[in-house]
Design a protein around this ligand. Structure first.
Ligand SMILES: Nc1ncnc2c1ncn2[C@@H]1O[C@H](COP(=O)(O)OP(=O)(O)OP(=O)(O)O)[C@@H](O)[C@H]1O
Length: 268
């Protein structure tokens, strides 16, 4: 079997006294969706930042195509085919869909001083690429801000695919969306997978993760509390793991609150 596209093993990271990640191991293969689930403070953002080259890890190993790497910037990650689609999507709402698609990487025509942005090519490529992902935008001249959240997420995914990503990391792509729009995005995740990409889907929602995931990793307070292939984990197991986490967090918070209240001097 060929080397996984991306593999981290026993990755740890601390911020001062806070252990944000403790020995986290995740493997991503071509044509697979790996879901990383966790509630607030589980370490999801830290995990994304390390994979995308924004943060360094303290210990463990990070391999891309089997080769150990120490990424120094998001550019470095992109050059190795690791693209991260953040919640804010890095799009300009007032600009047309096609302009956003090519933001910062415009196709040019001609050479030397005659080199110029090839608008027609950009529009055509945008239309074709979106269609290939099953996204039927009526008009690529439409400002991105007029599209639905699900459509915007899908365009960001299509853009990453077009620009050569082998692995896409999706940062809570469905969390701000209603059920229908979330369904739209989950559909594009399946399409990216069908095109042979490795997908890391970060979410706190087991109902969004389960239908599209091949593998599930659950983080709680920086630690892996579950790591299983779909055949070894039912939807109920995953939901239970996540709701258990939320309950525990809430309980800890409540205990802190009660503890603080009982420390206060009693008024007479
Ligand atoms: N720059 C930082 N300095 C200190 N502590 C940090 C920093 N970034 C994150 N942490 C802590 O590390 C832990 C993990 O945080 P992280 O943001 O990765 O979790 P998360 O799963 O993304 O949570 P959320 O869903 O709330 O964003 C938390 O306890 C957080 O307070």
């Amino acid at each position: 079997m060929s080397a996984p596209l991306l593999e981290v093993s026993k990755l740890s990271k601390r911020y001062g006294q806070v252990i944000a990640l403790r020995e986290v191991s995740v493997t991503v293969r071509a044509g697979e969706v790996t879901c990383v689930l966790g509630d607030n403070g589980a370490g999801k953002s830290t995990f994304i930042k390390i994979l995308s080259g924004l943060h360094q890890y303290d210990s463990g190993e990070y391999r891309i195509d089997g080769e150990p790497v120490r990424l120094t910037s998001p550019r470095d990650a992109l050059d190795r085919g690791i693209a991260t689609v953040y919640q804010d999507l890095a799009m300009v709402p007032l600009m047309a869909v096609w302009r956003n698609f090519f933001l910062g990487a415009e196709p040019t025509r001609g050479i030397g001083p005659l080199r110029r942005f090839d608008i027609e090519a950009a529009k055509r490529i945008t239309r074709d690429e979106l269609l290939a992902m099953g996204i039927d935008i009526r008009d690529v001249e439409q400002p991105v801000g007029t599209l639905s959240g699900g459509e915007r997420q899908s365009i960001a995914i299509a853009r990453a695919v077009y620009f050569g990503a082998k692995v896409i990391i999706l940062d809570e792509p469905t969390s701000a969306l209603g059920v229908r729009q979330a369904g739209v995005v989950l559909n594009y995740i399946m399409r990216a997978r069908a095109r042979g990409l490795g997908v890391i889907f970060i979410t706190h929602n087991p109902h969004h993760a389960y239908p599209v995931g091949d593998h599930f990793v659950v983080l709680r307070r920086g630690q892996m509390i579950a790591d299983a292939a779909k055949k070894d984990m039912s939807r109920d197991d995953l939901t239970r793991l996540m709701s258990g986490g939320a309950e525990l967090e809430e309980l800890a918070h409540e205990l802190d609150r009660v503890g603080t209240a009982s420390d206060r001097p009693q008024s007479t």
